[in-house]
Design a protein around this ligand. Sequence first.
Ligand code: HH2
Length: 260
Amino acid sequence: MGVVNVTPDSFSDGGVHLDADVAAASARRMVEEGAAIVDIGGESTRPGSDGVSVDEELRRVVPVLERLAGAVPVSIDTAKAEVARRAFALGAELVNDVTAFRADPELAGVAADAGAYVCLMHMLGEPRTMQLDPRYDDVAAEVAAFLEERLAFAVGEGVAEERICLDPGIGFGKTVEHNFELVRRLDVLLALGRPVLVGFSRKSSLGKVVGDPDARTGPLSASVAAAVAAYERGATILRVHDVCEHVEALAVARAVVVGP
Ligand code: HH2
């Protein structure tokens, strides 16, 4: 899954894709490089962010979706039913909701009616405050319990279970230790029986592990290592900003597992 943030303030690519033509060109390039789907988002969820209005989010993403209609498999990264409705009408196939249908419960019905795929992600708290001293007794068990409950909610709202994938939410209310433990113990999430998506790309925990305690992002090399580690532990969707490098690395990791 390639990432195109149509935002001024995303933590690693803020401002890069604000122009709809540039954003659409990036999405097309990502598919040429091997992405199976491109996640288009109009609201940053970086730590400390406040969120944007429906109108502003639509203003950002609709022109990009119009340019991509039909040509590129699209995921819409939103927590808002109205944004998802417009995105589905313009051809989006998946809704990636970092609040797992908590911010706007109506979104579940919109996804169900559209027959869309859904990604449900774990987040502790909300973006504005989530990185202020997050605590768990057992991070993998607690994230799994949350996702199990949200999976049941989504199915109860009419989303087909086989269309749902689950995501531990790397960096969303987690310390560096929590993020790495979630990948190490991915089996706990896989036990829920759904595909698992991992989004470690460029996140600050990577920069911290490679030596900068104040890192706000992580380097490409570290992103690739995290994606390969997640793949080896059973993740089937990797959400990444640098598609070409990840596709190459994952092709090699896959060749080790199933043969070249
Ligand atoms: N991470 C980000 C945003 N959306 N969605 C899922 N399912 N999983 C993730 O790990 C995830 C996500 C944060 O990364 P990015 O989109 O690059 O930044 P921002 O939220 O600042 O736009």
